[in-house]
Design a binder for this molecule. Structure first.
Ligand code: G
Ligand code: G
Ligand code: MN
Ligand code: NA
Length: 250
C-alpha cells in the first residue's frame, strides 16, 4: 500500500509532528497540561491530520512504530515543561495489547526523565471491548508505575460502563458531540449532567472536550465540571517554546 510505504518513510525522514492542545482548570483557567495530537508534515500534500493516515497504520506493524514514536516524543517534550504540567498521549487499542507496550512506556519515561505521574494515556471505550488478557495486564503494569488512564470520547461507545468497570480509569473525557449542545439542547444538557455525575460518583477526574465558546465553559463550570479542553482555550499547535510554558496562563 502506497500510504503505508509513505508513512514508513515519513518516520525515517522525521516528517511527523506532535501538536499540543491545552487542558485547563475551569475554575480559574490555569493550564494543567496538554494533549499530544499527531500530524504529518507531508513534503507535497502539506500538513495532514491523523484521519488522513492513522487508519493506514492500524493494520500492521506500523501501529507500534508510530505509537512508540509518539510516546517517546511526548515524554521528551513534557520533561522540559514546568513540573506541574501533565501530558496526555492517545494510545490505540491495538498498540496497548502488543507485547512490548509496558517496556516501551518504561523506556520512554526513563529516557526522558519524565515522572510517571505526569503521563496520562488516553484510550477509547472500544479498548475495553477488546480487553484481552494482554490489555488488562499492560494497563495493570503501567498504572502500578504511576501512569494514569483517561477514557476518551466518553459516552460515544457501546461500552462506556464496561470500560469504567473493567479498567483502572483515572479520568473521563466527555465527548465534544455532547458538549456542543449543552447551552441550547435540553437533551445534551441532561446527557452531560448524567456523564458528570457518573464520573464524579466514581471519584474520577472529568474533562469536557470541544469547548468552543464561553457560554459552554460557564455552563460546565456551573455544573461542577473541573477541567476542559477546546478551541475556546487553545487549538492544537506546535510546542510553545520553554519560555512560553513557564507562564501558567493560557
Ligand atoms: O487532532 P485531531 O482532532 O484531528 O485528532 C483526530 C483523532 O486522532 C482523535 O480521535 C485523536 O484521538 C486521534 N489521534 C491524534 N493523535 C493521535 C496519536 O498520536 N495516536 C493515536 N492513536 N491517535 C491519535
Ligand atoms: O478523539 P480525541 O478527543 O483525541 O480528538 C481530539 C480532536 O478534537 C482533535 O482532532 C482536535 O483537533 C479536535 N478538537 C479539539 N478541540 C476542539 C473544539 O473545540 N472543537 C472541535 N470541533 N474540535 C476540537
Ligand atoms: Mn484524545
Ligand atoms: Na474525544
Amino acid at each position: 500500500l502506497q500510504l503505508e510505504t509513505d508513512l514508513r518513510r515519513a518516520l525515517e525522514e522525521d516528517e511527523l509532528r506532535l501538536f499540543y492542545q491545552p487542558i485547563v482548570s475551569l475554575s480559574d483557567e490555569t493550564l494543567l497540561g496538554y494533549e499530544a495530537l499527531i500530524r504529518w508534515q507531508h513534503p507535497t500534500r502539506g500538513l495532514l491530520p491523523p484521519g488522513a493516515f492513522l487508519d493506514a497504520a492500524e493494520n500492521n506493524r506500523l501501529t507500534s512504530k508510530l505509537g512508540a514514536w509518539v510516546l517517546r516524543r511526548a515524554c521528551t517534550d513534557a520533561a522540559g515543561w514546568p513540573a506541574g504540567l501533565r501530558v496526555h498521549v492517545n494510545v490505540s487499542a491495538r498498540h496497548l495489547a502488543e507485547e512490548g507496550f509496558t517496556r516501551l512506556v518504561a523506556d520512554a519515561l526513563d529516557e526522558s526523565g519524565l515522572p510517571p505521574e505526569r503521563l496520562e494515556l488516553e484510550i477509547t471505550e472500544s479498548t475495553a471491548l477488546f480487553a484481552a488478557e494482554a490489555t488488562l495486564q499492560a494497563v495493570q503494569e503501567v498504572t502500578e508505575r504511576g501512569v494514569t488512564l483517561a477514557l476518551d470520547d466518553f459516552g460515544t461507545g457501546y461500552s462506556a460502563i464496561t470500560a469504567l468497570h473493567r479498567l483502572p480509569i483515572h479520568t473521563v473525557k466527555i465527548d465534544r458531540s455532547f458538549v456542543a449542545g449543552v447551552v441550547r439542547e435540553p437533551s445534551s444538557a441532561a446527557l452531560v449532567q448524567g456523564l458528570l455525575q457518573l464520573g464524579q460518583g466514581m471519584g474520577l477526574q472529568v474533562i469536557a472536550e470541544g469547548i468552543e465558546d464561553l457560554d459552554q465553559a460557564e455552563w460546565l463550570r456551573r455544573h461542577g465540571c473541573a477541567m476542559a479542553q477546546g478551541y475556546a482555550f487553545g487549538r492544537p499547535a506546535p510546542l510553545p517554546s520553554r519560555a512560553d510554558t513557564t507562564s501558567a496562563e493560557v
